[in-house]
Design a protein. Structure first.
Length: 160
């Protein structure tokens, strides 16, 4: 595929507004391993030239307490139907919106086994790698964990 074809393909996708409820419905249908979020700050979607939603992103307060400073948000979910470049476009839109709202940092997490190309293309840098395991369960307070919470994850950050 030539560069002009790729540019034309990207131009056919556009960012559109979406409610958090409708974004969660899309996540429920298309996300490989995560369920919809309970609380979020905002969501955005990417649609094709026919107006069909091809992917969504949901942004909220960071799950990690030490990252919750009022100037940081986390991209909690990104889900697409597999449309090429949709993830990169969504990450970029989330960052631009977050910056416009006054946030200074955006974090997101990926499974260690997932592709990192959309994050790199969107200007994120690898911040840390978790060892996996339960973030919430302790010896005194046992918590039921989803299997997915036990695997290695990469934490990515974009600082404005």
């Amino acid at each position: 595929m030539e560069k002009t074809e790729r540019t034309e393909e990207k131009a056919q996708l556009q960012i559109v507004p979406i409610s958090i409820k409708n974004a969660n419905d899309f996540v429920k249908k298309w996300h490989r391993h995560n369920s919809p979020v309970k609380v979020a700050r905002f969501a955005c979607a990417v649609s094709d030239k026919k107006g069909e939603i091809r992917g969504v992103a949901i942004v909220g307060t960071p799950n990690a307490r030490n990252l919750t400073d009022g100037f940081t948000v986390e991209i909690l979910r990104v889900a697409t139907d597999g449309t090429r470049n949709a993830c990169s476009i969504l990450y970029g839109a989330c960052c631009r919106a977050s910056k416009a709202l006054g946030y200074r940092r955006v974090y997101t997490y990926t499974l260690h086994t997932e592709s990192q190309s959309s994050l790199k293309a969107s200007g994120f840098t690898l911040d840390s790698v978790s060892a996996g395991g339960s973030p919430w369960s302790t010896a005194k307070r046992k918590r039921k964990n989803q299997e997915i919470s036990m695997v290695k994850k990469n934490r990515w950050v974009k600082i404005f």
